[in-house]
Design a protein around this ligand. Structure first.
Ligand code: PSV
Ligand code: MN
Length: 396
């Protein structure tokens, strides 16, 4: 390892935190069915407990994203329980995700719905979610919409855009001065002809018109195959409109696979763009790094540990790109030289430095091994097996 590598890795790791999704600990499936895991979380409390384990072993996941419909069954009245779980399991509530897609009323959309009463209902739920976030001291309210249509001619696309602008502005008005609204995009699914917020440009326009506290959320799975996501990231950074990520990996569409399992170089390139921007501007970007994955078959806690350790490695590798030399190589149009700087950083094995950093923090040097030896999995498997066999856990 080159001199100074460990220091760079250490200082990068100090800055890196990642939020875990509550829904990633529960049973999930595909539209063809769901295979039940005996150890999957069956309640919100169990999700906090599992997230707490990941945080205890990795030290970098202090918050858990919550989905209102799945984790706050009593709406605002759930806040007391959620705070109790947070205190008990050592992970704080993170981003709050309103659910504007599951209720039967949203068959033809939420903010884009042609019926005013349904749009009003969606806005009420969003305002309640903002209030839940405020009570739980969590800053980000994260919006994803399934709105769209399946057949040409069935929706007035421009009119729906207007409805979105109006509702998002009203939602933005309900924010406190510390809160942010994150707007996520997705090209298709569940709508297959048009999706109202289909790409980053649409999300950017809507975020701009909503107000100054709105930003774009990039879910890495929400792109067409081959799309250059790091370019989107660079543009959003240049516009100061990048609010956060939902990390996952994909082979085909929104596969929700473990981060870095298919294309680790892509996540590395994203982290590189972020660091490059910070280095050039001197402004540390305010970006929420969140996981959005659904491990249908893989053990859920193990998959989260894999994700977090992979993210740390890729973040640390990106910190090894020699930016002074990169700028020089770009200026000289030294193509091979510039590209090699990225490739060399990516090829560096940062795992020994990562282990040293963990030891220095009093954390297990190998979180996966520590988890497998902890007995936690055996205990929850016993405690939850029967409940899971009865399939009492919902998708949430
Ligand atoms: C939709 O595919 C999505 O990425 C949104 O972020 C949802 O909130 C999340 O997945 C959970 O289904
Ligand atoms: Mn997402």
């Amino acid at each position: 390892m080159k001199a100074g590598t460990s220091d760079r890795v250490f200082s990068a790791l100090e800055k890196f935190r990642m939020e875990l999704p509550s829904w990633g600990f529960a049973n999930t499936g595909t539209r063809f069915g769901k295979f039940i895991q005996p150890a999957a979380a069956t309640t919100t409390e169990e999700k906090f407990s599992d997230a707490g384990q990941v945080h205890k072993l990795t030290g970098v996941c202090p918050t858990i994203a919550l989905h209102v419909q799945w984790d706050c069954p009593e709406g605002i009245d759930s806040c007391g329980d959620l705070q109790r779980f947070a205190d008990c399991y050592g992970v704080a509530p993170g981003s709050i995700n309103p659910n504007l897609f599951q209720d039967q009323h949203y068959k033809h959309g939420s903010f884009g719905n042609p019926t005013p009463a349904i749009r009003e209902r969606a806005l009420r739920h969003t305002r309640d979610s903002i209030e839940i976030a405020r009570r739980l001291h969590s800053r980000d309210v994260s919006l994803w919409f399934a709105d769209g249509s399946n057949y040409p001619g069935t929706a007035n696309i421009r009119e729906r855009k207007r409805r979105f602008e109006e509702a998002l502005k009203q939602a933005h008005d309900a924010l406190s001065s510390e809160q942010r609204l994150l707007i996520e995009y997705k090209p298709f699914e569940p709508a297959f002809y048009h999706t109202d917020i289909a790409d980053w440009g649409m999300a950017l326009l809507l975020a701009r018109s909503a107000g100054p506290r709105a930003r774009v959320l990039v879910d890495t799975g929400h792109h067409y195959a081959g799309q250059n996501i790091e370019q989107i990231v660079a543009w959003l950074l240049a516009e100061n409109m990048l609010g956060g990520f939902h990390f996952n990996d994909r082979r085909y569409a929104d596969d929700d696979l473990t981060m870095g399992s298919i294309d680790p170089y892509q996540a590395f390139r994203i982290f590189h763009e972020i660091r490059f921007c910070e280095w050039e501007t001197g402004q540390p970007p305010d970006i929420a790094y969140m996981v959005d994955q659904s491990h249908n078959l893989k053990g859920k806690i193990e998959a989260m540990i894999q994700t977090v350790t992979m993210a740390q490695q890729l973040f640390a590798k990106a910190a090894l790109v020699d930016l002074e030399r990169l700028v020089e190589a770009q200026r000289e149009s030294d193509l091979v030289g510039a590209e090699s700087l990225l490739q060399d950083a990516f090829a560096t094995d940062v795992r020994p430095a990562l282990q040293d950093w963990r030891r220095g923090k009093g954390l297990p040097s190998d979180p996966m091994q520590a988890f497998q030896q902890s007995g936690y999995l055996e205990r929850i498997r016993k405690e939850r097996a029967e409940k899971n066999a009865r399939n009492v856990s919902s998708y949430a």
